[in-house]
Every structure is written in C-alpha cells, then in structure tokens.
Design a protein around this ligand. Sequence first.
Ligand SMILES: Nc1ncnc2c1ncn2[C@@H]1O[C@H](COP(=O)(O)OP(=O)(O)OP(=O)(O)O)[C@@H](O)[C@H]1O
Ligand SMILES: [Mg+2]
Length: 266
Amino acid sequence: MKVYHPGASKEDAFKIEVDFLTKLNFPHLINIVDSRINATVKTHARPEEKRPVIVLELAEGGELFDFLSKLGKFTPEVCRAYTKQLVAAIRYLAEVGVSHRDLKPENILFDSQFQLKVSDFGLSRDAKGNNNDFQLSSRVGTEGYKPPEMEAGKYTGLQADIFATGVVLFIMYNGTPPFLSTKGHDRIYKLIKDKNFVKFWALHEKNKPPGFYPDAFKRLMNSFLSAEPDRRPSFESLEHDEWMKGDDLMSSDLFAYMKTKADKLV
Ligand SMILES: Nc1ncnc2c1ncn2[C@@H]1O[C@H](COP(=O)(O)OP(=O)(O)OP(=O)(O)O)[C@@H](O)[C@H]1O
Ligand SMILES: [Mg+2]
C-alpha cells in the first residue's frame, strides 16, 4: 500500500499515478488493486488520519536496488534476462503513450517468481507532451539516470527511459553505476556527453579482469548511453542486438538464482 502525504501537490501526484496505473496492464508492470483519495490510515503521528492511498499488487520478491546494493552484480545471463523484461515493459509503455521518467533500481521490483515489475508512476507523463509533438521539458527523475538532452531542454520521454534502461543494465552488470551524477562536474558523465567512449571504457576497465566487458556489450552500452537520442537502440534493433541475443536463461534458472540471493537478504 502506498500512502501519500497530505497536501495539494501530493493529491495531484496521487491522481497522476492512479490515472496511469488504471490504464496500464502488462505482466512486467505493477498493477493497481484499489485507490482511495481519503482513506483512514494509521500513521506514525496519529492513530487515525485521512490520506490518499493506492493499493498495489505486492511485489514479494523485493527491490532490484536491495539485491545490487547488498549482494552486488548479477551474471551476464541474469542481466540479459532482466533487460529483456525491462525493455518489454518500456515497449508496452511506449505503445500506450506513457513515459515513466524515473526508472532506477529502487523502482524496479520483483514478484514472487522473480519476474521484473516496473513500479512508481509518480513522475510519469503522457509521451505526447503539451503540444502533441512528443517533446517534454520538465527536468524530472533522479540524478544518475537523466539523459544529457534533458539538461539542455527538450527531450522525448521514450529516449529518456531508454537511457535510464542503459544505466540500469550497467549497474546490474557492473555492480556500480556508470557515472555518479548527471551534474556537470561528473568526469565520466562528461565523457558520455563528449562522446568519448574510448576513455569511458578505459576508466571502467581499470579495476576489472581482462574481457570483463565484451565488445558486443560495450557497443550496446555506447548506444544506450549515447548523448544523441537518435543513436540509442530502437526496440527493433534490440531484438537483433548481438549482446542481447546471447545465452538465455530459463525462468526456472532465473528463479533459482534470485531465490538463493533473496535468502541471503533476509
Ligand atoms: N507493489 C509493491 N510491492 C512491494 N513493495 C513496494 C511496492 N510498491 C512500492 N514498494 C516499495 O516502496 C518503495 C517506495 O515506493 P514508490 O517507489 O512507489 O514510492 P516513492 O519512491 O516514495 O515515490 P517517488 O519515487 O515518486 O517519491 C519502493 O522503492 C519499494 O521498495
Ligand atoms: Mg520510488
């Protein structure tokens, strides 16, 4: 259950999230069960309080963030399996015209079978934007996941979500993010903006065994993290991508891998 804080802007956020959740229905998205603008809840402050509340299907498998921050990176096969599920979710969102705009491991959850579920539509937006030209301009989201063009002004929501997907894949593969901040002073983010992927990889490879990042992975990542939105992978190109087409995992193997990790988390 997601309980909103009181206040007018929070009510707007509640309405936005409920509206989006109500129109979405896809296996790799968290589904809404119920919502109340004025539910009676028990809070830390008071035994009874009126608050906007959203009841969501429970993601019993936990948060991607906890797995990565507490237990480190995934194997390449697991990274690939979850990237496919994340891309499927974004593809569905693009088809129904929704930009998520806050994709990150904290908002990526797992169900009881450790299937990926995208959650938190609090910053989502109609992909068409105010002028029906698919150009958005609000600089929202989380530092560390924003594409370079967002800072500059206009961006498309889909390309922002694709950039964030690349960051999430990198974190799953590497155990730590590709860069620390999307603010101007971050040295590695600047390399991305300058299209200097030679140096980007030289820095990342410093503390890694040889061959840790295969060429096909680097090519895919260069495309995901491209400063030019048009160079980022399309859904079609991802289907034919060399790294994405690599060894797959059966869902029972994915479950076994994640269950072993989940048992260490409790
Ligand atoms: N359906 C769910 N099942 C299990 N846990 C959930 C579920 N939804 C959210 N959570 C947990 O609660 C946390 C916060 O939820 P959510 O991301 O929706 O809100 P938020 O981060 O406070 O919103 P915002 O990012 O807009 O400020 C998630 O990171 C997750 O750990
Ligand atoms: Mg969140």
